[in-house]
Design a protein around this ligand. Structure first.
Ligand code: NAP
Length: 249
């Protein structure tokens, strides 16, 4: 039986790290991409290896085409051809009203959250495509419930970048299934990770809990569970769709 090999972008922390642990439990070898924090990536790799699976850490800014190209070549050489991709790496920006934001900020959000996802999907899908001689594969994209709410007064630019992720999931899901690549997305609600420190909204989390029907913020492991299901054969008829994992919000 072929052992699945899955690249998780931003696999060093938060939802990505929880996904690495969950997929290793499900028998995947894991390529862990990160941007800054090598120690965090190596700690996740050690957990993957302790579960009996192979792991490789790869530093790359997913917004940079050359770095993404080198990352995929390193995975080819170090672990083999990817069968799975979790487009998880994403950034927010400090909470602000739209008129107080800048073109530089919008550019960086779209460079990482949209261009980065396109670059990684292109590189992975060219390896997976049965039309191009590959063996097929699965991709899961991390969007956000913000894509539906629009995040007024907080980060409409981030929400718009996640709207693009939804459209790419629907469009590419329907386009690439004919080449053996099954693509879906997950829209988390508010999840307890370090990302909220980057948007300077961490202090507001207890207050925001009031807007969540289930009455609490989510755990990274609860998102990892949905990602693992979408990547598994149990989701074999699920194509081009978004799964909301948001406590009802
Ligand atoms: P997080 O805790 O901030 O972790 C982000 C991860 O992405 C880190 O591993 C980071 O690596 C990596 N990363 C950031 N920019 C990168 C880049 N340019 N190139 C490569 N790696 C990069 O984030 P999270 O909360 O787990 O979020 C994961 C995904 O879920 C994101 O797409 C986010 O938009 C989405 N999401 C999160 C929530 C939430 O409430 N947490 C809600 C909805 C959607 P370094 O540490 O090395 O920089």
């Amino acid at each position: 039986m072929t052992i699945p090999l899955t690249l998780i972008t931003g696999g060093s922390r938060g939802i990505g790290a929880a996904t690495a642990r969950r997929l290793a439990q499900a028998g995947h070898d894991i390529a862990i991409n990160y941007r800054h924090d090598e120690a965090a990536a190596q700690a996740v790799a050690a957990e993957v290896r302790a579960l009996g699976r192979r792991a490789l850490c790869l530093q790359a800014d997913i917004a940079d085409a050359d770095q993404v190209g080198r990352m995929f070549e390193a995975i080819d050489q170090g672990l083999g051809t990817v069968t799975g991709l979790v487009n998880n790496a994403g950034i927010v920006a400090p909470a602000a009203r739209f008129l107080d934001t800048t073109p530089e900020r919008w550019q960086r959000l779209f460079d990482v959250n949209v261009q980065g996802l396109l670059l990684c999907t292109h590189a992975a899908a060219r390896r997976m495509s049965t039309r191009l001689g590959g063996a097929g594969g699965c991709i899961v994209n991390l969007s956000s419930r913000a894509s539906e709410y629009g995040s007024p007064n907080v980060y409409v630019d981030y929400a718009a970048s996640k709207g693009a992720v939804d459209v790419l999931t629907r469009g590419l899901g329907r386009e690439l299934i004919s080449e053996g690549i099954r693509i879906n997305g997950v829209r988390p609600g508010i999840i307890d990770t370090e990302i909220h420190a980057d948007s300077h909204t961490a202090d507001l989390l207890p207050q925001r809990t009031r807007d969540i029907p289930i009455g609490r913020i989510g755990r990274a492991e609860e998102i990892a569970e949905a990602i693992a299901w979408l990547l598994s054969d149990a989701a074999s008829y699920t194509v081009g769709t978004m799964l909301d994992v948001s406590g009802g919000r």
